[in-house]
Ligand binder design. Structure first.
Ligand SMILES: Nc1ncnc2c1ncn2[C@@H]1O[C@H](COP(=O)(O)O)[C@@H](O)[C@H]1OP(=O)(O)O
Ligand SMILES: [Mg+2]
Length: 354
């Protein structure tokens, strides 16, 4: 099996960071992290980035990381920094051997800040580069809805390993896709999954527990024989993907069901496990460049599960040109057998607008 150690480290690191995000949510619910802090997301984001980068650097010191966050403001905000440190230093997996593999807990607050700042790679087409979004779907996270801890390894610009921690998705693959699972899902039994894929070796899902990763099975997209019955999923935020265009495309395809709205790369995971079928991300702002950390893991997981992922023009997402996907516009992710049909409808609706 290729990239065995990379996969293991990525799965464990994402699991550990997911535990941290859940404890941040719990602190917020208890009121220990108040609204005035304005920072449950910030705390979770910085903390998760520190834990994941520390694990990568411990195991693969030469690798680079493209991380969404950097620590300069944190270095000035001592109080916030120590609040994050208090959570980070105590976040462990329940399995000690696995924690040891990640390099154990970070030793000092300064180590934490340095780990966060190590996510400063410019990306590109050469070498081993990890793309990291410590909390994707910040609005979903705050609501107790969908969010994801996202990590992918690219080698020479090609995604080889992808892992998505989705603490609020149901463990049961056959549970119908719902909007917001609601705050009730957070830390409730039956919720929390980890998706992973290695290029050429398929995609898997396993329960995301307090760190002891076990079980799981391979997943695949649903074979959609009648596109009118397909389940579509889209962003919650109107500013991230055009709902009007999505509705027109659905109509053109004859899709009758309402699209399911959820934040984050949980949409990619849902398509990969056959709970959703069509994920469209339709540009709202012409000048917006998608970020690689928002797509790298999901792109591989869907493709390894038998799906096809392109932009709205039918081009593969190009992760090899830096921190953004500036060569691409939008995303069309579907089971491979209906991709051409969906892409055609996307093209017809969008070209009528130019
Ligand atoms: N105008 C935009 N178009 C598309 N995506 C955007 C836009 N602005 C922000 N995003 C990104 O969308 C992602 C969330 O997507 P979703 O709606 O699918 O959950 C976030 O990572 C967010 O990036 P950022 O965190 O930099 O704001
Ligand atoms: Mg994001």
């Amino acid at each position: 099996m290729a990239f065995e150690k990379e996969l293991k480290v990525a799965q464990l690191a994402v699991a550990r960071a997911s535990i941290l995000t859940k404890s941040v949510f719990a602190e917020k619910a208890k009121g220990t992290i108040s609204k005035e802090d304005k920072s449950p997301v910030t705390i979770g984001d910085y903390g998760a980035q520190a834990l994941i980068i520390a694990a990568i650097k411990h195991n693969f010191p030469e690798d680079e990381v493209v991380g969404e966050e950097e620590a300069s403001t944190l270095r000035e905000q001592k109080e916030l920094s120590s609040k994050i440190w208090n959570l980070v230093k105590d976040t462990k997996l329940s399995d000690e051997d696995s924690d040891t593999m990640l390099g154990g807990p970070l030793k000092t607050e300064d180590d934490m800040l340095n780990a966060i700042d190590a996510g400063n790679s410019a990306g590109g087409a050469k070498g081993r580069i990890w793309a990291l979004d410590p909390i994707d779907g910040t609005k979903g996270f705050l609501r107790g809805g969908q969010y994801a801890v996202c990590l992918a390894l690219m080698v020479d610009g090609d995604v080889k390993v992808g892992v998505l921690g989705c603490p609020n998705l149901p463990i049961d693959d056959s549970e119908p896709l719902k909007e917001d699972m609601g705050a009730a899902a957070t830390d409730k039994e039956g919720y929390g999954v980890l998706f992973s894929a290695v290029q050429g070796e398929g995609a898997r899902i396993q329960p995301l527990t307090r760190g002891a990763l076990s079980g799981g099975h391979s997943i695949s997209v649903k074979k959609v024989t009648d596109v009118t019955q397909a389940v579509m999923c889209e962003s919650v935020e109107a500013g991230h993907s055009s709902k009007g265009d999505n509705a027109e495309i659905a109509q053109k395809l004859g899709v009758t069901g309402k699209p399911v709205q959820m934040d984050s790369q949980a949409k990619y995971g849902s398509v990969a496990r056959g709970a959703g079928d069509i994920y469209l991300r339709l540009p709202v702002r012409k000048d917006y460049q998608e970020k690689i950390w928002d797509h790298a893991a999901g792109d591989l997981i869907v493709r390894e599960a038998g799906g096809q992922v392109t932009d709205i023009h039918g081009n593969r997402l190009n992760f090899s040109i830096g921190r953004t996907l500036r060569d691409n516009k939008g995303v069309v992710a579907t089971p491979a057998n209906i991709h051409a049909q969906v892409l055609k409808a996307v093209g017809e609706v969008l070209s009528a607008k130019i």
